[in-house]
Design a protein around this ligand. Structure first.
Ligand SMILES: [Zn+2]
Length: 247
């Protein structure tokens, strides 16, 4: 029985028995993991508010051989996002994003990039909750990217021609981007602002990208929403849960 320590973000908690909780974490070095916090539902629990959803904690836990659930020894708050819990629209967005993380990140598979992405996105939402829609889009694009479902944004999947600013671009049902001469009949046409904005996710931080989105046309934002919706549906092989409520 080894003791492990890591930074982690609480994604969900569930009640267990009378006084315990099961917490689902996205851990910096260990990916998604589930643990039991004994006594966490007692009034004077040593965990305090550390297991509130989206709290960044320093976590100490032990693994038991052959068991899926780890035992949580201690969780100390590094950054609380308790202030966000008063904003219902933000909570809906965070529930959707954390649900997507659980869909795209298999348990116990380390993925530090997903951890870092979610940490900066939480911070971006905390500093400008009004940008939650665009920050959610940003998370979608990066989760697709980090799990290998984001198409090449720079060149046509078929002829490899560069999809620069003034080239008409189409999104196919196979999730690939094509130039006009390679596009199929039912491919989704994308405006040049949409593809340029999509490409910016790869070099901008979420807050900066979201602010840029405030100047983009409604058509671009709608197209972008359709693009991530189509790619996520294709990746999951079903509609993403809870997405309609954050449009
Ligand atoms: Zn082409």
């Amino acid at each position: 029985m080894g003791i492990c320590e890591t930074e982690a973000i609480v994604l969900r908690t569930y009640k267990l028995a009378e006084a315990d909780k099961i917490a689902v974490f996205l851990a910096q070095h260990f990916g998604v993991m589930r643990g039991v916090a004994h006594g966490a539902r007692r009034l004077k629990s040593k965990f305090g508010a550390a297991l509130e959803p989206y709290t960044l904690v320093s976590l100490s836990y032990y693994e038991k051989e052959g068991q899926e659930l780890v035992g949580i020894r201690q969780a100390d708050i590094l950054r609380s996002y308790f202030e966000l819990s008063k904003n219902a629209e933000v909570i809906v967005a965070l529930e959707y994003i954390s649900g997507l993380i659980l869909e795209f990140t298999p348990p116990h598979e380390p993925n530090e990039k997903v951890f870092r992405m979610f940490r900066v996105c939480l911070e971006a939402i905390a500093s400008s909750p009004e940008d939650r829609r665009q920050i959610t889009r940003y998370c979608e694009v990066w989760l697709l990217k980090l799990s290998g479902f984001l198409p090449d944004l720079r060149s046509c999947v078929n002829c490899k021609k560069s999809l620069s600013e003034n080239i008409r671009t189409f999104l196919g049902s196979d999730g690939g981007l094509r130039c006009e001469s390679c596009a199929h009949k039912l491919d989704m046409p994308l405006g040049s602002e949409t593809t340029a904005y999509l490409r910016k996710t790869q070099r901008q931080a979420p807050g900066e990208w979201a602010r840029y989105g405030n100047t983009a046309s409604e058509i671009t934002l709608t197209e972008l929403s359709h693009v991530t919706h189509r790619l996520i549906t294709r990746a999951l092989e079903r509609l993403p849960r809870g997405r309609a409520s954050i449009e």
